[in-house]
Design a protein around this ligand. Structure first.
Ligand code: SAH
Length: 221
């Protein structure tokens, strides 16, 4: 299997010009270029490598999943990154979304609660020589989401489903900052984008429905 060819096809048919008619194309050129560059197959377990460019989420161990490529592209586009941002990601998982963010922003702070996943993600990210990433393991049961010491953030992305938008994350958003998070029940959510305006108000924009594994802990399930 030629992974480069498969990746091009993935970007074309699932993301830039989706074959599925009810899907909004992702048009941000920088997001598309990052999706073309980052090898998704190194972030999945070896047994799933041949499925890495399929239009689906996949298991990554520890009952967690790597998100569907389209959802990764869409959420990244919603963050409207230009290259100068400091980004916070909650839920490193495989590290695939982290790698895309690292290509598009100045710095990425990413937090994961399951140690073996975090360690594996770190290896993959290092192998791609992405060195603008700080990874933190939040494996205490009552760790708050967010990253007080590094706040404020220009962009925040949560890649696990939450019952509501955690206030700690909007508090850690810079003026003009964007937060993208799946909000809903444990079994299905909707992508929500929150923008902190110049006056400090929060504007909410709703996007498509999605299914993420649950955000665990004080602000989650
Ligand atoms: N973006 C990742 C998604 C992984 S699934 C990828 O594409 O691979 C979501 C991840 O969020 C899981 O690895 C889960 O362990 C993690 N998670 C859940 N609750 C968390 C919390 N409170 N803090 C940090 N990570 C959390």
């Amino acid at each position: 299997m030629n992974f480069d060819v498969a990746r091009k096809k993935m970007v074309q048919e699932q993301i830039a010009q989706p074959v599925s008619g009810d899907r909004q194309p992702v048009t941000d050129r920088r997001v598309i270029d990052a999706m073309l560059k980052i090898p998704r197959h190194i972030f999945v377990q070896e047994a799933f490598a041949l499925q890495a460019y399929n239009d689906t989420s996949l298991p990554i161990g520890e009952k967690q999943t790597i998100s569907q490529p389209y959802i990764v592209a869409l959420m990244t586009e919603m963050l409207a990154l230009t290259g100068s941002e400091k980004v916070l990601e909650i839920g490193t998982g495989s590290g695939y979304q982290t790698a895309i963010l690292a290509m598009l922003a100045d710095r990425v702070c990413t937090a994961e609660r399951i140690r073996p996943l975090a360690l594996r993600a770190r290896k993959c990210l290092d192998s791609l020589r992405l060195f603008n990433i700080m990874l933190r393991i939040n494996d205490r049961d009552n760790s708050p989401v967010g990253w007080e010491e590094e706040a404020p953030f220009d962009a925040v992305i949560v890649t696990a489903g939450a019952p509501e938008v955690p206030q700690i994350l909007t508090d850690q958003l810079a003026v003009g900052g964007r937060l993208v998070i799946p909000v809903g029940s444990e079994s299905e959510q909707r992508l929500v984008k929150i923008v902190k305006t110049a006056t400090g108000e929060l504007e909410t924009v709703l996007s498509i429905g999605c299914r993420f594994v649950p955000l665990i802990g004080r602000q989650g399930w």
